[in-house]
Design a binder for this molecule. Structure first.
Ligand SMILES: Cc1ncc(COP(=O)(O)O)c(C=O)c1O
Length: 393
């Protein structure tokens, strides 16, 4: 038989899924995969049920239904402060991942380079690679994941076409400040680069931090595709709905690519998620408060055990440093072994750090824990961790 396409050669099941399988085997609690197990808001579910009952079952236009695009436009103008003016600047896709895939197809030719800040979300690196683009990694510096803008400049080559910013970031929880974004924008303008932003965790912020969209800065909108979605904010990862906002000519091309790849996002669910925009401010405030409590619970548990913990500024992950445990507690020699030790002894799963680094050895010091769990489940996980490794839950 002839071999498969060359692009499949490097594809393998991600560590995250392998860990999920192992956790199931022992009946453990999975703080690995970034799945929120809280319920989807009732008004959203009810609106989707009405759409299904009402036979909203045919394809929509490739950019999504107008009512939803208008709602996204309004949110982009008010929450993100983007200078978008028309729903032609909005595309609804199959998750924010779908929006990202259409964006990279629209912007990048094979061999084009994209700057990616490390630690990164694996899908970003892997999707860029899949389409033949070349991710070039710029490290962020622990504990607060500082950006070295000289390193950003040094990573730019004549093939560089775009920079990818994930804020708040998975896996390290960094929230980019306005000053950092302004410094990046100056570089984008100087080198005529595009920006892609992933803002899927834009409502999960701690310690009074503010979410700033790069595209809200003067002069940024015309070179930026802002991507977000519903999976995280409304606990609906399986609905596969997300969106992009950006300049109309670019978004029009992304829409045509969306048409080829997906035709459209699922129709009744588009109607359902439109109801999400009617949620009041209390919804977001309660969500933030609940995540802040969960962040504290998990960070304190990990600190008591002896992990090095830089508390996330946003999103719902903790990237914990296992180095302080090495030599003191057996089974923490490398990230993979540490993960297996946690599953075996505490029945709690995390993700090994190498998944988030270009050179896997750079990720060996880290494990990523997700705290988007129902409160009693997270409490139980913290108790199990404490009982297995010391400290009090
Ligand atoms: C940074 C980031 N972007 C995108 C996604 C996926 O989002 P969606 O479900 O909208 O495709 C995730 C999920 O973990 C993520 O962490």
């Amino acid at each position: 038989m002839k071999p498969l396409a060359a692009r499949t050669a490097a594809l393998k099941q991600s560590d995250i899924r392998a860990i999920t399988a192992l956790t199931r085997e022992v009946g453990g609690i999975n703080l690995g995969q970034g799945i929120c197990d809280m319920p989807t808001p009732a008004p959203v579910k009810e609106a989707a049920c009405r759409a299904i009952a009402g036979d909203r079952s045919t394809y929509t236009g490739y950019a999504g239904i107008r009512r939803l695009r208008e709602a996204i436009l309004h949110k982009a103008q008010t929450y993100n402060r983007l200078p978008a003016t028309s729903d032609a600047e909005v595309l609804v896709s199959a998750g924010s991942t779908g929006a990202f895939v259409t964006a990279i197809h629209a912007l990048l030719d094979p061999g084009d380079e994209v700057l990616l800040f490390e630690p990164f979300y694996g899908y970003h690196r892997n999707l860029l690679t899949l389409i033949g683009a070349c991710p070039r990694v710029v490290p962020m510096h622990a504990p607060d994941w500082r950006i070295d803008f000289d390193a950003v400049r040094a990573a730019i080559t004549p093939r560089t076409r775009a920079v990818l910013v994930c804020t708040p970031a998975n896996p390290c929880g960094k929230v980019w400040t306005r000053d950092e974004l302004a410094a990046l924008l100056a570089i984008l303008q100087e080198h005529d680069l595009y920006a892609l932003t992933d803002e899927i965790y834009e409502y999960m912020l701690y310690d009074g931090r503010e979410h700033v969209s790069l595209a809200s800065l003067p002069g940024a909108y015309e070179r930026t595709i802002t991507i977000s979605g519903f999976s995280k904010t409304y606990n609906m990862t399986g609905w596969r709905l997300g969106y992009a906002v950006g300049p109309a000519p670019l978004l029009e091309k992304m829409g045509l690519i969306n048409d080829l790849l997906y035709i459209c996002a699922p129709t009744p669910l588009q109607y359902g998620v439109t109801a999400a925009f009617e949620m009041d401010a209390a919804y977001f405030a309660e969500m933030q408060a609940a995540y802040a409590t969960k962040r504290r619970m998990l960070c304190e548990t990990l600190e008591r055990i002896g992990f090095g913990v830089s508390w996330p500024q946003g999103a719902y992950y903790v990237l914990a440093d296992v180095r302080p445990l090495r030599g003191r507690v057996p089974g923490f020699e490398d990230a993979r072994t540490a993960c297996e030790t946690l599953i075996r002894r505490a029945h709690v799963a995390a993700v090994p750090g190498p998944s988030f680094f270009q050179h896997p050895e750079d990720g060996e010091p880290y494990l990523r824990f997700c705290f988007a769990k129902e409160q009693p489940v997270l409490e139980q996980a913290c108790r199990q961790l404490s009982e297995a490794f010391g400290g009090r839950a």
